[in-house]
Design a protein around this ligand. Structure first.
Ligand SMILES: [Zn+2]
Length: 197
């Protein structure tokens, strides 16, 4: 429909979350008309993102180095571990300033409908951390959704036999949404008021 280079960009943009065909066309034509330096900066930012960013070898947070800044920080409590679905949930929880332990990113939640079972998530890595890092408590900070609750119960079944306490964020979070739907104060309270599973 358009010149191949334009069509290629529209196709790529349309694959991004929240961008429909119309928005993709609008963005592509916008980029045709901006200064070349501006367009190159955007292109380079995407290339550099993939080159310089990787996953922390311990917690699977996003980092530029072998270990992320939280895992490297000796002031963090090594006996407390907060399990989240996605790396971006870490920044949401950090903003509450109520958590001083470390994190573990599962990479999603158990969802039979989407065909995601425990073996598709980083459960094995989690169990081995619990066994080797002297962890006392694991907080299931999965989303307040059916999938998040299912995952939290699975975590309790998997980890309690290893001798750790497994707790869940207190209720009061907006049900059915992601963690970042909650404001910092509500999320901070849910963290402090967590309940043992
Ligand atoms: Zn880390």
């Amino acid at each position: 429909m358009f010149e191949p280079p334009v069509q290629r960009l529209i196709d790529e943009l349309a694959r991004l979350p929240g961008i429909g065909r119309k928005s993709a066309q609008r963005l592509a034509f916008h980029l045709l008309h901006v200064e070349e330096a501006d367009a190159l900066r955007l292109g380079n930012a995407i290339v550099e993102l993939r080159r310089q960013v990787r996953l922390c070898s311990q917690c699977f947070n996003i980092t530029g180095e072998e270990l992320c800044s939280i895992c490297r920080d000796a002031r963090r409590d090594p006996t407390l571990l907060c399990v989240v679905e996605r790396a971006q949930d870490i920044s949401v929880l950090e903003r509450t300033r109520e958590f001083s332990g470390r994190y573990h990113v599962l990479g999603g939640a158990i969802s039979p409908i989407e065909g995601i079972g425990p073996e598709q998530l980083r459960m094995k890595e989690l169990a081995s951390r619990v066994e080797t890092e002297g962890i006392r408590e694991v907080i299931a900070a999965t989303n307040p959704t059916v999938e998040g609750d299912t995952t939290a119960l699975y975590l309790a079944r998997l980890l309690k036999p290893l001798g750790v306490t497994v707790s869940r964020l207190a209720s009061g979070l907006p049900v059915g949404g992601d963690l970042d739907y909650a404001d910092e104060i509500t999320l901070g309270r849910a963290l402090v008021g967590r309940k043992e599973l």
